[in-house]
Design a protein around this ligand. Structure first.
Ligand code: F6P
Length: 387
């Protein structure tokens, strides 16, 4: 909970930016924020591709900033992605610039960005994004306080399929990702059973195991490997072999992309300048090793970006709409430098300064973990059977 706002500068024009990886429900935020603002008599503009529409306007012949009207947000709630576009290559605080010698440096363009907002007559920014975008939003909020020119108020809206943001019970996109992953795992049961194979399913989630835990538990996986528990494959192989002995010739193993072997490193594909590191490849490694340990045929399915696509579930649509409308109410009541957050049964505001301090990892004593263990699901940590 934030202290009551101390000032209340009037708003006439709001900008919306969607940054980082897309998540189902972004368009619901854009629609709700646009309608709630327009119903207050405020103008609304959208910035293309994070902040790139303002930082690199020449790259947008049709305009890097677009008016958002009732018409332009009509019929978009059920659509995946974001009508504004997004990027994870446009961090204004660490903007990648190539030097004449071909090497790269990262420069802070936040003051330039604040000037662009002023030129467009924007009084408030709604920044929709994950930890990176919310950290940018916080930085802009701090810089705006000392920047000469038109004041800019900033409200953050948390977004990620990974559900790894602190101070909000959930983020939109997560429910859709879990529902889709569960559906995929359901489908793998019949083919795994028909062939008597081990199917390893790698899911996104970065450094948190929320998607793997929730989808794996909901769909009855036999083992789930999450970043919060460094894994050993011996106990997982034991589960597979025990099932075999009980005439269950197949097994399903769900692996979070950020899962770490107890004696090794997280599987990283690479890191480009100005971007977060890319994770991936752990599913292949797990499948190969489980094949060796059990002698069984194994196959890997990497769900990857399929988890980010498609139509948002009703839960994510509603959460996106609630967050978008709440962001406008935050501005209307004079808030600045806050993030909207789900705090059931309501939506609350928390200081942006607190929002990105640490990631929300799966607590090992949470109810879903207990449930999974009670169901006999292995986490590759060799916890002895309590029966
Ligand atoms: O944070 C969302 C997420 O989908 C992660 O689960 C994943 O590691 C990452 O983004 C992938 O990002 P990119 O779009 O750069 O491949």
């Amino acid at each position: 909970m934030v202290p009551p706002p101390s000032h209340h500068t009037p708003i006439s024009r709001v900008a919306i930016s969607t940054g980082g990886g897309d998540a189902p429900g972004l368009n619901a935020v854009i629609r709700a924020a646009t309608l709630a603002a327009r119903n207050r008599g405020w103008d609304v503009v959208g910035i293309r591709d994070g902040f790139n529409g303002l930082l690199s306007p020449d790259e947008y012949p049709d305009g890097g900033v677009v008016e958002l009207s009732r018409r332009s947000v009509r019929g978009i709630v059920h659509l995946g992605g974001t009508i504004l576009g997004t990027t994870n290559r446009g961090n204004p605080i660490a903007f990648p610039v190539q030097r004449p010698d071909g090497t790269w440096e990262e420069i802070d363009r936040s003051h330039e960005l604040l000037d662009r907002f002023a030129e467009h007559g924007v009084d408030a920014l709604i920044s929709v994004g994950g930890d990176g975008s919310l950290a940018i939003a916080h930085h802009l909020h701090e810089q705006a306080a000392t920047h000469d020119g038109r004041p800019l108020r900033v409200v953050g809206v948390p977004k990620t399929i990974d559900n790894d943001l602190e101070h909000t019970t959930s983020t939109f996109g997560f429910d859709t990702a879990v529902a889709f992953a569960s559906d995929c795992i359901d489908r793998l049961f019949s083919t795994a059973a028909s062939h008597g194979r081990v199917m390893v399913v790698e899911v996104m989630g970065r450094y948190a195991g929320w998607i793997a835990l929730n989808a794996g538990t909901a769909s009855g996986a036999h083992a789930i490997l999450i970043p919060e528990i460094p894994y050993r494959l011996g106990p997982v192989a034991d589960v597979i072999v025990e099932r075999e002995e009980q005439d269950a010739k197949f097994s399903i193993v769900v692996v979070a992309e950020g899962a770490i072997p107890h004696d090794g490193e997280r599987s990283v594909i690479g890191k480009a300048v100005g971007q977060a590191e890319r994770l991936g490849g752990v599913g292949e490694k797990v499948a190969a090793e489980l094949g060796r340990l059990t002698g069984k045929e194994t196959r890997v399915v990497v769900l990857g970006h399929l988890l980010r696509g498609g139509s948002p579930t009703a839960f994510d649509r509603l959460l996106g709409l609630r967050f978008g409308a709440a962001a406008i109410r935050a501005l209307d009541t004079g808030n600045d430098g806050v993030m909207v957050a789900l705090a059931p049964p309501t939506v609350d505001y928390v200081p942006l300064a607190d929002a990105t301090h640490r990631q929300k990892l799966v607590p090992l004593d949470c109810d879903t973990m207990h449930t999974a263990r009670d169901l006999g699901i292995s986490f590759g940590d060799g916890i002895p059977d309590t029966t």
